[in-house]
Design a protein around this ligand. Structure first.
Ligand code: 3PG
Ligand code: MG
Length: 393
């Protein structure tokens, strides 16, 4: 799917409203991962170079329609300015009088960043009144907020209905790469899914099952799979409500001859803590009192092998509790295999992106998605409101 991108428009001296996803992790006002800011740069640089008057907007966190200083975008304006090598004027207002004044003072090639869209109660409700106030700020609209493309919010869909709408380069590339996984992946195509909850991943698992050559399942959610096969999982994470759905998925996989690779060994501990007593055991019989917190070394090697043999790899979700050193090895081995793979590698946002960044491997994959929920919903086969709002090329 090819979206109409902003380079088709004449932007010189025109006011362009850019919806970014600057929802970055912050600790004590410091940005701890700036992937989303860096990913927004090509579009912003292009606009600046072509003399546009750039008005950036984004959400940050979930302030629920009220002003909350903890979610101010001020730190993002500073970081963005550094990356762009020019001043980014922060306006502590979303779409009121102060913003209108600042916009009127913009010169060609200058950049503004508005305050957090979610300080406005109308944003998440896609309130037409807010959409209108945002739309009148500009002559053109660019959506580059892939991470928020699954949200039918005022700044995502409402504004797109009111202004000539274009995709930024990030949104276009995300959609192109992720839809290629569904449409024409080079084979063999292997999907590696992890993360704690199987309920979050069932829809994507079932949509991918029909398209992959092999499914690899680790992370907390593998225990519901192991349990569905009749194994004891001790005190591991386990979603009883999902056992039937998982059984069905496994039956479909069997019928269609799609191998599902599950752990054969796991690292278990008495508690989720660095210094808890732990051991590596076979995955088919975890005793009561023990929880599985990582895939074992034999499993990690098998998963890495599946990744190495693939021509296309999609990875989403850690293999264990990788924030704690004793349970990080499985995720590390898989991450390294993905980084070294010859095939085309795509990593879904969120925790797997964080794991890659922590290991210094973020630049070693072909595509690191800036979307967590958005990339999963796209791979579930759903139409994202933020994508549907942009005309195709
Ligand atoms: C994300 O981080 O998942 C996106 O920025 C969307 O944020 P949300 O889940 O709060 O809508
Ligand atoms: Mg989210």
């Amino acid at each position: 799917m090819e979206l109409r991108t902003i380079d088709r428009a004449d932007v010189a001296a025109r006011r362009v409203l850019v919806r970014d996803d600057f929802n970055v992790p912050l600790e004590d006002g410091k940005i701890t991962d700036d992937l989303r800011i860096r990913a927004s740069l090509p579009t912003l640089q292009w606009l600046v170079e072509h003399g546009a008057r750039v008005i950036c907007c984004s959400h940050l966190g979930r302030p629920k329609g009220k002003r909350d200083e903890r979610y101010s975008l001020a730190p993002v304006a500073a970081a963005l300015g550094e990356h762009l090598g020019r001043e980014v004027t922060f306006v502590d207002d979303v779409a009121g009088e102060r913003t209108r004044e600042a916009v009127m003072e913009l010169d060609d090639g200058q950049v503004l960043l508005l305050q957090n869209l979610r300080f406005e109660p109308g944003e998440e409700k896609n309130d037409p009144e807010l959409a209108e106030r945002l739309a009148v700020l500009a002559e053109l609209y660019v959506d580059d907020a892939f991470g928020a493309a699954h949200r039918a919010h005022a700044s995502v869909v409402g504004v797109a209905e009111r202004l000539p709408a274009y995709a930024g380069f990030l949104l276009a590339r995300e959609v192109e790469v992720l839809s290629r996984l569904l449409e024409e992946p080079e084979r063999p195509f292997v999907a590696v899914l992890g993360g704690s909850k199987v309920s979050d991943k069932l829809a994507v698992l079932s949509n991918l099952l029909g398209r992959v050559d092999r499914l690899v399942v680790g992370g907390g959610m593998c225990f519901t799979f192991l349990a569905a096969q009749g194994n004891e999982v001790g005190d591991s994470l386990f979603e009883a409500d999902e056992v039937d759905a998982v059984k069905q998925l496994l039956a479909t996989a069997e019928r269609e001859g799609k191998p599902v690779l599950l752990p054969t060994d796991v690292v278990v501990a008495r508690e989720v803590s660095e210094d808890a007593e732990r051991r590596t055991v076979a995955a088919d019989g975890i005793e009561k009192g023990w929880k599985g917190l990582d895939i074992g070394p034999q499993t990690a090697e098998a998963f890495a092998g599946a990744v190495r043999d693939a021509r296309t790899v999609f990875w989403n979700g850690p293999m264990g509790v990788f924030e704690l050193a004793p349970f990080a090895a499985g995720t590390r081995v898989v991450a390294e295999a993905v980084a070294e793979a010859d095939g085309f590698t795509v990593v879904g946002g969120g925790d797997s992106a964080a794991a890659l960044a922590e290991l210094g491997l973020a630049d070693r994959v072909d595509h690191l998605s800036t979307g967590g929920g958005a990339s999963l919903e796209l791979l579930e086969g759903r139409t994202l409101p933020g994508v549907a709002a942009i005309p195709t090329a």
